[in-house]
Design a binder for this molecule. Sequence first.
Ligand code: ADP
Ligand code: MG
Length: 283
Amino acid sequence: MMNLAVYEELRRRDGPAVSKATGISDGHPVLPGVVDTSHGGILYLDSVSVSFDGFKALNDLTLVVDAGELRCVIGPNGAGKTTMMDVITGKTRPDSGTAFFGQTIDLTRLSEPEIADIGIGRKFQKPTVFTDHTVFENLELARKADKRVWPTLTARLDSTARDRILTILDTIKLAPEAKRPAGLLSHGQKQWLEIGMLLMQEPQLLLLDEPVAGMTDDETMRSAELFESLAGDYTLVVVEHDMDFVARIADRVTVLHEGHVLAEGSMAQVQQNEQVIEVFLGR
Ligand code: ADP
Ligand code: MG
């Protein structure tokens, strides 16, 4: 849920995007902070272009992701995958084009913290857990708390928060490790813990950049199970180089090349696409 401060800030701002962002004036009943997925889509990138010194990292990129989908994005190095995530999370502003979260929330008008607040969580490749704290405490610290009060471990945990942590511990398969310092976890376990920390923020859309890089085969398998269990309740956009992993988990695959969508469809469909074969295999 969008927090009230963000909502008030949006209301305060001028211009048509305010009504878009709040959904107040377009006649569609949208609660503040509730992403409107009434048309099925949760993420809409429309003709997004981003240039760095004249080089087009994204070139007229158009992409729609449905709510609850597990979308995989593949493409050679430099295709624009990370830049795409930077645009969605507000780190990079598009030169042209639009990015919407649901029907009404214009992401290009929001700051990075505001975008995190409205329910878009991003996981970078390197896990950033608090190594001296236990797994449980890490989740506790990640809790979406009142921002005016710095979250502390001394503040009493209410039972709802505690239940949420226990549920997430089960989801990320770290319940047996709850009392261990996070620094003692394996690389894969740290990655899952960080996903758990994202889940504590109650996101609706999760962006994961190369989440199984550096994992053992067993950890990769368990990650596939984890992502499959999250899909439906959450929308996942996964950028990954591991094709076996992508083949296993993807509903739909988007192939990016030179900042543009080259192909989209099931893994089997994109693997048969002539242009995809050329780009990936250099034939
Ligand atoms: P991918 O994640 O698909 O490997 P990126 O989105 O990281 O690709 O990069 C796309 C292109 O944009 C690359 O050629 C990269 O060098 C360039 N690029 C990305 N970020 C910047 C930046 N901040 N400044 C200049 N060039 C950048
Ligand atoms: Mg990248």
